[in-house]
Design a protein around this ligand. Structure first.
Ligand SMILES: [Zn+2]
Length: 294
């Protein structure tokens, strides 16, 4: 018994360290247009826009990866990273803010990103996020939208959207390049994470996705928060899954089923094998929708 316990203890300790070992993480990238790239490593997908005189970065993963991320960016452009924009406050998207700021970048995000990063956050299930250091906080915040002028006639629109993944979600859109970064409003081919403790809401998520579908065309390249670069059809399928699930769960709820009863109904079963094997499984997506749908 004791041996088994020791084995599992060591095994899981090793597993936890393996997950935290950023030395094994490599950064790769994909070119989406003349001046827009996406970078992959560990954590949220990073957008990179190359302006006339500076580089612009959307989200920056985890602090231990900053050097590798900057080295990768240097292999793409010699222009310095002057602006870092966050899609929302979560640590796998803002963990590099402090390092980026220390090497001269200005951090920009929605008002609520700064609010949540500067105070202790309870993520539920015993997960506590301590306040971020001052240098990690956005120094320019916006409440609705703003435009960044990149030079060479190119622009980036920052757009705060309805409460969906959190209450501080923003999209970054490059109209001339037809590229959109949706942050964690889009988990490509996966059930989304709706952070209820940060003001997340399924109805806001569905309305944001519908808004995007009305805005993009077949050529638009959509950077999801996690997963591969997608297009309009992928986003449409994602919306269809969310809408169908929402309908079933709201019906079960209004028929008087408790959350536990609703979880046992198998309402998501046709998508569980494709969408529910990662971070968010069937029980959690049912819970998010049950608790946040109006
Ligand atoms: Zn997130």
């Amino acid at each position: 018994m004791k041996l088994t316990f020791t084995f599992y203890f060591l095994f899981f300790t090793a597993l936890m360290h393996a997950q935290r070992d950023f030395s094994k993480v490599g950064i790769t990238s994909e070119k989406l247009s003349d001046n827009i790239h996406v970078l992959f490593g560990a954590g949220g997908n990073i957008g990179l826009a190359i302006g006339e005189t500076h580089a612009y970065v959307i989200d920056d993963q985890f602090g231990p990866l900053t050097d590798k991320i900057l080295a990768h960016i240097k292999s793409i452009t010699a222009k310095p990273v002057k602006y870092v924009l966050n899609t929302h406050w979560h640590g796998d998207h803002t963990g590099g803010n402090e390092n980026m700021a220390k090497q001269g970048a200005l951090i920009i995000a929605h008002d609520n990103v700064r609010k949540r990063m500067s105070t202790k956050q309870d993520r539920g299930g015993g997960r506590i996020s301590e306040p971020s250091p001052e240098d990690a906080l956005p120094v320019i915040t916006f409440n609705d939208k703003m435009t960044l002028h990149l030079g060479n006639g190119k622009t980036m629109y920052a757009m705060h959207v309805n409460d969906a993944h959190t209450d501080g979600d923003s999209y970054y859109y490059f109209p001339e390049d037809n590229v959109l970064h949706m942050g964690d409003n889009f988990f490509e081919g996966r059930y989304p994470y709706i952070d209820l403790n940060s003001g997340g809401d399924i109805d806001g998520l569905i309305s944001n996705v519908s808004m995007v579908l009305g805005m993009v065309d077949e050529e638009t390249k959509i950077i999801p928060g996690h997963g591969k670069v997608a297009g309009k059809n992928d986003l449409e399928s994602y919306k269809n899954v969310l809408t169908a699930l929402r309908g079933r769960i709201v019906k079960a709820r209004s028929d008087g089923n408790s959350l536990e009863e609703t979880k046992k109904m198998g309402l998501s079963k046709e998508w569980d094998a494709t969408h529910g094997t990662g971070f968010i499984g069937p029980d959690r997506i049912v819970e998010f929708i049950y608790k946040s749908a109006d």
